[in-house]
Design a protein around this ligand. Structure first.
Ligand code: CA
Length: 221
């Protein structure tokens, strides 16, 4: 027994996956294709995808927003969890990576729920606000360039309904955020973000050591 969060060694991690993952085959194959890419480390873990799908269903979310689609794994996990009339707006800058996702979204029959917008996320988020989407999203996932995170959270705050949730990826950053000897721009951005969010009373907050660390924010009414 332990009153603190466990370290997962390889055996326990394999066990956790074996007794809890229910990854649909289409997600499994997208993950395997992505794993062959040089940027594969940007892929979220399957248990994290399943966790976010759980949150979306728990909330009864219908409108989701994603910053950073990469090859579309998290988008597919979210879209599969949304009801038939649900909507996922996903933002990315890469035509090349998202083209992989599009194939799997088509195959899974969720393309009608997914709206991919290519371009700098900060601009896309501001455009959504201008288009009258403020207060309309239930759930947002941020997994993109780390120095951009504070702006994405701020824009997301306005786009989210009261009670809506923002999930922020990579907040533990392989442990670098806790190492005072590491001060590269990405680490600094995440360290500053974590400190800022801890003090930001506009949100309820929890930080979950799943994947590379996931912060959940709930916009307070
Ligand atoms: Ca990530």
């Amino acid at each position: 027994m332990s009153s603190r969060t466990l370290n997962l060694d390889d055996r326990l991690y394999a066990y956790l996956q074996r007794v809890s993952l229910r990854e649909p085959d289409v997600l499994f194959r997208l993950r395997k294709e992505t794993a062959r890419l040089p940027m594969a480390v940007m892929q979220i873990s399957p248990e994290q995808g399943q966790f976010m799908a759980f949150i979306i269903r728990l909330m009864g979310a219908r409108r989701c927003l994603e910053v950073g689609a990469f090859t579309g794994y998290s988008a597919l996990a979210c879209a599969l969890a949304l009801p038939p009339d649900g909507e996922l707006v996903t933002l990315d800058i890469s035509e090349e990576w998202t083209a992989i996702g599009r194939r799997y979204w088509d195959e899974a029959g969720v393309s009608g729920k997914v709206c991919l917008q290519l371009g700098p996320a900060g601009e896309s988020l501001r455009r959504l606000r201008r288009e009258g989407r403020e207060g309309s999203f239930d759930f947002m996932f941020i997994d993109a360039d780390k120095p951009g995170y504070p702006d994405y959270v701020e824009q997301g705050f306005h786009l989210l309904r009261a009670g809506g949730v923002i999930a922020i990826d990579n907040v533990l950053w392989s442990g670098h955020v806790a190492d005072p000897d590491v001060s590269d721009p990405d680490t600094m951005a995440l360290r500053n973000l974590n400190a800022w969010l801890h003090a930001d009373r506009r949100f309820d907050l929890t930080m979950i050591p799943i994947g590379d660390g996931l912060t959940l924010l709930r916009k307070r009414p």
